[in-house]
Design a protein around this ligand. Structure first.
Ligand code: GLN
Length: 538
């Protein structure tokens, strides 16, 4: 039987519930328990797949092809185990299920209501992973902030679960903010008191209060919070700002968040935490020997969350190389043939980011050309790979209007195109290639050297594909398809002959990079950037 931990948030959003949940999970895992984390989001979208990155940051894709909240990326990066569709549920999905059942007549003429029908469906999904028999502990992060209208059904479901389960099978962790008033030189506990009271009015009583703060919380403040929030002082946990999110598990270990939770769950047979790999990573991260400058060419660069997994993958791969990776954000919309040299000079590597639509595409093509001609290490992801193909077609093969039919349906050289079977499907998302696909890698290629393997599996999220009608022309001129899907023949990896490091991938390697398994392409790319820098210095 699994036990359940619920993580709620109070006072304000952006407190880092996902990181606290992932850190607690990491500690429990490091003590030998099987743990998973799931996120329940209060919005009406069935999944974040249709959300603009400006709205919701990156859309994280799982092996089973679910388009999910970016917090699932943190869960995977911390725990080093894959998540799935079951790990992310939205209000939209809950309602969709209930409404489908209602249309099918499953409620036998009853009035369908928020309580019990919606809350029952929430509860069923909250217990789903726990009932799989695979986990000792399931952590559920509730999106939104206590007091939001839209979170109410989730809170009500948690209330019922807390009431239904034996006391020792359920813990509520409430994450809150303790603001510091500079004028008064004081930390203030009132907002926390209010948010806990609000939660209590809804019938949910937190067992542990985790306090985000910019200043240390002394014993007196802990006692005050404990008294007003009806928990023991040792259940008030300080969560000071950390220099990196990867330090948070260690801070939580010091504060004994894991032990406090385990005590409440009556789990006694746990081992001392094994965090050797984690500590080794942190040590390398904090003590870099080199620094490289990598240009990130994208159209959402002003919004850090839009490229979350890419940025984290650089942190993992930088640490392996004992190298600080400075990300230089370059807005693709502002790169032109005239300014490309001045915009990109001084970089040690160039990553052209994924994306949809035509905005900023010309700048991306200019950036690829610069990397190809200047032998600058290049890494193109998804749209970035497609741009590399288009650039090569235009400037090497001489097809001056070559394009993807996503941007120009009438191009005379559709080197990136929709496959026949995709045409005619209009439902957004309906034609998207999503989730894990196998890819065979050619012998003696850069890809083989990077992966040390000839068969890999990577995650996809795109519609358009390399157009195989042009395969021979590309091969003859030196852009080689070194990774292919065996079943469909679709090109998944291209690399440039006679270039120290030039690789484009149709999939999203960033989604599989974790602290304990940094992604090999990112690791090799950072290494190539280091070499490039050295060669410049001569
Ligand atoms: N827009 C491109 C496609 O749909 C690339 C998508 C992406 O970069 N994720 O194929």
């Amino acid at each position: 039987m699994a036990k359940y931990i619920f993580v709620t948030g109070g006072v304000t959003s952006s407190l880092g519930k996902g990181i606290i949940a992932a850190s607690l999970a990491k500690l429990l895992q490091s003590r030998g328990l099987q743990v998973t984390i799931q996120k329940f989001d209060p919005y009406i979208n069935v999944d974040p797949g249709t959300l603009n990155p400006y709205e919701h940051g990156e859309c994280y894709v799982t092996d089973d092809g679910a388009e999910t909240d970016l917090d699932l990326g943190h869960y995977e990066r911390f725990l080093n185990i894959p998540t799935s569709q079951a790990n992310n549920v939205t209000t939209g999905r809950i309602y969709q299920t209930v409404i489908n059942k209602e249309r099918a007549g499953d409620y036998l003429g009853k009035t369908v209501q928020v309580v019990p029908h919606i809350t029952d469906e929430i509860k069923r999904r909250m217990m789903l992973l726990g009932n799989s028999g695979k986990f000792d502990i399931v952590i559920t992060e509730l999106g939104g902030t206590v007091g939001d209208i839209e979170s109410l059904p989730f809170i009500e479901a948690v209330r019922q679960i807390q009431w239904e389960l034996p006391e020792e099978d359920c813990v509520i962790v409430h994450l809150t903010l303790i603001p510091y008033l500079n004028a008064a030189k004081e930390l203030k506990t009132k907002p926390t008191q209010h948010s806990v009271r609000m939660l209590s009015q809804e019938g949910v009583h937190p067992n542990v209060i985790v306090c985000r703060t910019e200043h240390p919380i002394n014993e007196e403040i802990k006692r005050k919070i404990a008294l007003f929030c009806n928990v023991k002082p040792e259940a008030v946990i300080e969560a000071m700002d950390a220099s990196t999110i990867y330090e948070v598990p260690l801070k939580m270990l010091e504060e004994q968040l894991d032990v406090t939770v385990l005590k409440k769950l009556h789990i006694t047979n746990y081992a001392p935490p094994v965090l050797d790999k984690w500590n080794d990573f942190l040590h390398k991260l904090k003590n870099p020997i080199h620094t490289v400058n990598i240009g990130l060419i994208g159209k959402y660069v002003e919004l850090q969350d839009a490229y979350k997994s890419i940025l984290e993958a650089f942190i993992h791969s930088g640490a392996v190389n004992q190298c600080k990776v400075n990300i230089i954000n370059v807005h693709s919309e502002f790169i032109t043939a005239d300014n490309v040299n001045s915009q990109l000079q001084g970089l040690d590597g160039l990553l052209v980011a994924p994306g949809f639509g035509s905005r900023g595409v010309d700048g991306k093509i200019e950036a690829v050309k610069y990397a190809r001609e200047n032998k600058l290490p290049f890494f193109g992801i998804c749209l970035g790979m497609q741009m590399a193909v288009i650039e090569f077609a235009r400037n090497v093969l001489g097809f001056s209007d070559a394009h993807s039919t996503e941007m120009n349906e009438n191009t005379s050289h559709p080197v990136i195109a929709l496959m026949e079977e995709q045409k005619g499907i209009t439902n957004k998302g309906g034609t998207m290639r999503l989730g894990a696909y196998d890819c065979s890698i050619e012998a003696n290629s850069l890809a083989e050297k990077i992966y040390q393997s000839n068969l890999i599996s990577e995650r996809h999220r795109h519609r358009w594909e390399f157009n195989n009608q042009y395969l021979n022309e590309f091969i003859q001129s030196g852009l080689l398809p070194t990774g292919k899907n065996n079943k469909t023949g679709l090109v998944e990896i291209v690399e440039l002959k006679d270039h120290p490091f030039f690789i484009g991938v149709q999939y999203h390697p960033e989604l599989k990079s974790t602290v304990e398994n940094p992604h090999p392409i990112f690791v090799s790319f950072v290494n190539a950037a280091k070499d490039f820098q050295l060669s410049k210095k001569g």
